[in-house]
Design a protein around this ligand. Structure first.
Ligand SMILES: [Fe+2]
Ligand SMILES: [Zn+2]
Length: 444
């Protein structure tokens, strides 16, 4: 566990001489809410320089400085004529602004504000903008250890508040309490907050004691977000089906770890899986009948690949992989292309798309084909490493909720003649969970 955490911290390390690494990290995870004024950090503006016709340089009291384009500053005015006080939507029409705008005047006010007077232009009247030193300093670029220049302001127009994510494998996750009680979750906002925090941190949470009723997964989903329907409808039933043509999920066969719906234009952000009938031998009385669920942290697998096989990592980040499914019931194809691993500009892992049953052979030049398969197989071999997998029986009343573009899920094979296993799932969008976390973080 420690190793994974330190790997993440290392990746966020910056080389900026003006911004220490810990501060850059805070920039990447912290944000203020509109209802709470951010505490002043004591940053002052010591100088504002007119660099040339289109740019101002703001120098701060720690000797850092940041250059701003005039049109960007005018467009970013925070006053109530330019930004709706409730929705924070823009009221200024950017297309009506003079792209060559220059301040008629600018000055430092009270050492911690920059006030700019703008001239009239067309239908735009004279205007005054005021920016605090704290706000301006958030736009200081930072350079990551791998040379990317990033601007990561803390304010909520740009950056979402998130807890530090913690990558895991078998041992740490088994020792970590990621479960909450259903009744607490449904009644208490602080437990709802705790659950969203678990989801953003570990990518997974377990809810215990959920009523063993059909469609209860939807009731739990609604506690977090709107339900997202899929080709299965509102819920998907993972239940044995004797039809020889039944979907793999509905047999007793092993389900290799995967993320769901990789063949859709956007795979669902989160999956809720509610257990109504278990394969647990303590419950059904058939030892070795199989049917355990398994969860794997795809971010941890991707970080392992980056550390141990950087060439493979780069291939999986840069190769679009076709995924497709024929929905026989509705007589139509679904197709999408995703790299197996997606990163953001800072190099942080963002998404995993992985499904051996929807995966199609990539359309690559012949010389790139074998290297791709080598990279894919190396990644896959780590996924099947038992030390990476959290394997457990979901029991009736258990509900696992997890990030579908981070956590791979699967199931061991089981004997459908010995056990009856029934899980019911539904999906919600991940940004709903992130927005809920941010809301609760401020209001609860
Ligand atoms: Fe699945
Ligand atoms: Zn304004």
């Amino acid at each position: 566990m420690q190793r994974f955490v330190s790997q993440i911290i290392r990746r966020l390390k910056t080389t900026s001489p003006t911004l220490p690494f810990y501060q850059a990290h805070i920039l990447s995870i912290g944000v203020s809410n509109k209802n709470v004024r951010p505490k002043s950090t004591g940053v002052k503006i010591t100088e504002v320089l007119h660099i040339h016709d289109s740019q101002l340089r703001v120098v701060f009291n720690d000797n850092s400085s940041c250059d701003f384009s005039n049109i960007w500053l005018r467009d970013s005015c925070l006053c109530s004529k330019c930004v709706h006080p409730e929705t924070r939507q823009k009221l200024v029409d950017v297309t009506s602004l003079d792209i060559n705008i220059q301040p008629s005047k600018f000055y430092i006010k009270g050492a911690d504000k920059l006030e700019i007077e703008w001239p009239s232009f067309g239908k735009e009247k004279k205007h005054t903008s005021v920016f605090s030193a704290d706000w301006l300093r958030e736009f200081l670029p930072v350079t990551t250890s791998d040379g990317h220049v990033l601007i990561q302001p803390r304010n909520n127009m740009y950056t979402r508040k998130r807890p530090q994510r913690i990558l895991w494998n078998k041992n740490p996750i088994e020792e970590t309490k990621v479960s909450v009680e259903y009744s607490d979750l449904m009644e208490s906002k602080s437990v709802l907050k705790q659950t969203t925090e678990l989801l953003l941190t570990y990518g997974i949470a377990l809810i215990r004691g959920v009523p063993i009723k059909v469609s209860q997964t939807v009731e739990v989903g609604k506690r977090f977000a709107y339900i997202r329907e899929s080709g299965h409808g509102v819920t998907s039933d993972i239940i044995q089906n004797p039809d020889p043509n039944a979907h793999l999920e509905s047999t007793g066969r092993k389900l290799t770890p995967h993320t769901d719906l990789t063949y859709r234009e956007r795979s669902p952000g989160a999956l809720l899986l509610h257990c109504l009938h278990s394969a647990d031998p303590n419950i059904v009385g058939h030892d070795k009948a199989g049917g355990k669920s398994l969860f794997i942290d795809g971010y941890a697998i991707a970080e392992w690949l980056r550390d141990n096989h950087p060439d493979h990592f780069n291939i999986l980040c840069s190769t679009p992989v076709p995924f497709s499914l024929f929905d026989a019931e509705r007589d139509r194809w679904y197709r999408a292309e995703w790299p197996i691993i997606t990163t953001n500009k800072a190099g942080e892992i963002q998404e995993i798309h992985y499904s051996s049953i929807s995966f199609r052979a990539p359309l690559l030049p012949v010389e790139e084909t074998k290297p791709f398969y080598l990279a894919y197989q190396t990644f896959s071999s780590k996924i099947t490493d038992p030390s990476m997998s959290w394997t457990l029986y979901l029991n009736p009343g258990d509900l696992a909720i997890f990030h579908n573009r981070r956590i791979l899920h699967g199931r061991e094979s089981f004997d459908p003649n010995k056990v009856f296993r029934f899980l019911q799932g539904c999906y919600v969008d991940w940004d709903e969970l992130e927005a809920l976390y941010e809301h609760l973080h401020v209001n609860v």
